[in-house]
Design a protein around this ligand. Structure first.
Ligand code: SF4
Length: 204
């Protein structure tokens, strides 16, 4: 029997966050995550009964059906790293000449070598090697963050570093946006502001 992957949804949209804001991508959202952040804004991945178990060929067919001209794939979740044989999936789509990005908390498994772009959104301290593998770091900041969080950010040096305001279930949280805006200004450019622009225009 062919290997399957637990997938919540596959959809076509533009990346709303950080470096690749505005770039059309096919989003493959994996089911499950090793963490349980109380504020997680992607509750779908926590409902394993809603996951579809798809083979590589079925995933590819779905992508070609919804976005035949888009050469960019984003692996997201939940947490893609917990998927068994993620390397095989990445190699399969690299053979189809896709550019592959991944959003990860950095926990649950190894980042496949062939992933082209890694967005690391750490929730816990991670080994230095994981930070070094990241092409961008995106910290999610709640409205009540203070000196402790600022110290954590300051201890993480990376040339492509983003502050992303934590959203409310109803959409952007103005208090978190304001805090990230002020911290970005104070940083002088070391930290940049990542707005979830898809939420402002009302798309996935
Ligand atoms: S790591 Fe991300 S996907 Fe997992 S529970 Fe936390 S916010 Fe949700």
């Amino acid at each position: 029997m062919s290997k399957t992957y637990a997938i919540c949804e596959i959809f076509h949209s533009v990346q709303g966050e950080a470096t690749h804001t505005g770039l059309p991508m096919v989003f493959i959202r994996f089911s499950g995550c090793p963490l349980q952040c109380s504020w997680c804004d992607e509750p779908l991945h926590r409902q394993p009964t809603k996951a579809e178990h798809l083979t590589l060929e079925q995933i590819r067919a779905r992508i070609l059906e919804i976005a035949p001209n888009t050469p960019n794939i984003l692996l997201t979740g939940g947490e893609p790293l917990i998927a068994d044989e993620l390397d095989t999936l990445v190699e399969y789509f690299k053979e189809q000449e896709y550019w592959i990005a991944m959003e990860t908390c950095g926990e649950g498994g190894e980042i496949p070598a062939e992933v082209d772009w890694v967005t690391l959104s750490p929730k816990n301290p991670l080994p230095q090697t994981v930070y070094e593998r990241a092409d961008e770091i995106k910290f999610v900041i709640g409205p009540d963050a203070g000196d402790t969080e600022k110290q954590q950010l300051s201890s993480c040096q990376h040339p492509n570093f983003w502050l992303q305001p934590r959203a409310l279930p109803s959409g952007p949280d103005p208090r978190a946006v304001d805090l990230c805006y002020r911290w970005a200004l104070e940083s002088g450019g070391t930290w940049r502001l990542s707005l979830q622009t898809h939420k402002y225009i009302g798309v996935d």
